[in-house]
Design a protein. Sequence first.
Length: 141
Amino acid sequence: MFQGASFLSLDAKGRLSVPSRHREALGSDACAFTITKHPHGCLMIFPRVEWEKFRERIAALPMQAQWWKRIFLGNAMEVEMDAAGRVLVSPELRKAAGISKAAVLLGMGSYFELWDAATYEAQEAEQMKGEMPDVFKDFSF
């Protein structure tokens, strides 16, 4: 399970350095990832085994979801982590998420979200102003 936020900078080539705590959680043989678009304007980064589960669920959706299949599967790019622990985020995906340099990597359980830092901070601030969703009404903190 991945959790926590890391504030990072992509290098000039668009590479993201995976924080060491996540590299340790991935294990020594998990260096393959799939990156795709998220409907909220960020990117989703899946370890390959988790991507395969997600891909199967998306592929099984009915025809009414064809555009969402295109968004998730049609934009998916497979990448490998290099020896320095970096993952290349393609220019197309960086552009789609508005990421130029400063980014936030969020551990979301079985995958990561990669956000443009300013966009994430603005979205989080906006959400914090509003009411919590009903699903939290009976949730104890």
